[in-house]
Design a protein around this ligand. Structure first.
Ligand SMILES: [Zn+2]
Ligand SMILES: [Zn+2]
Length: 240
């Protein structure tokens, strides 16, 4: 289609289906965007953040690179980065992505992740989405982590390793558990199906949201056990 025809077709689509804010459905100028009010309510995680856990350095350690927690604890992944604080506002972007079949915001949300995950992505050999079990995939039609990883791969050129990690057991939703039980629920449920994609590689695991971190950490365990050189975690949001 030539440029002029493309433009006319876009105008017609915008008249029939006016672009809506991906959070509140207000009419806006571009498809897949946010209105200024919804954008202003989002809490972006900005520098300075702890080099390891990615959380804001708030405890008087702004001049240091590592927070006091990471100074005393060993985390599973090398680094964690997330773009947004998971709160009532970012929830409106993430829940429709998970359960509402609303994927139009993927390009914008992936851009948020590209920006905050810059240092992880610069060193990465491959992107691995946190997998869903195939039964859950049939229920939801798609895996939101897959869509985010695929878009980040498209823009960055980093290899998208869609099926390298699989979920071998069907587990109940993590939302039904707390703390220790969440860890138990996902312990040993992931399996590397293509070791050649993992051994000796620096990988970035992609997910939509970190709550306690049990799911991503179980994935990190499996990838490291298989022989990954390094695994970092990049998500759209995290519970702070
Ligand atoms: Zn809005
Ligand atoms: Zn930290």
């Amino acid at each position: 289609m030539n440029k002029k025809l493309k433009l006319i077709s876009k105008h017609l689509t915008d008249i029939i289906f006016p672009p809506q804010c991906i959070s509140c459905n207000a009419i806006i100028s571009e498809q897949g965007g946010l209105c200024s009010e919804c954008f202003s309510h989002l809490t972006f995680i900005s520098s300075p953040v702890c080099e390891r856990c990615g959380r804001p350095l708030r405890d008087g350690r702004e001049q240091w690179k590592i927070c006091s927690y990471c100074n005393n604890h060993r985390l599973k992944a090398s680094k964690y980065r997330f773009s947004l604080s998971y709160d009532e506002h970012s929830k409106k972007l993430i829940l429709p992505l998970k359960h509402g079949d609303k994927t139009i915001g993927i390009p914008l949300l992936s851009m948020f992740m590209l920006k905050c995950g810059k240092d992880l992505l610069e060193e990465a050999d491959g992107l691995i989405p946190v997998p869903l079990h195939r039964f859950r995939l049939i229920q939801r039609k798609y895996n939101q982590s897959n869509l985010l990883a695929k878009e980040i791969s498209r823009i960055s050129g980093i290899k998208f390793l869609a099926d390298s990690l699989i979920r071998k057991k069907f587990t109940r939703s993590q939302g039904e558990f707390n703390g220790h039980d969440r860890k138990e629920n996902v312990k040993g449920v992931f399996k590397v199906s293509h070791p050649e994609d993992v051994i000796g590689k620096r990988l970035v695991l992609i997910d939509d949201v970190i709550t306690t971190g049990s799911t991503v950490d179980s994935c990190v365990d499996e990838l490291m056990k298989t022989g990954a050189k390094e695994v970092s975690v990049l998500t759209l949001a995290a519970v702070l």
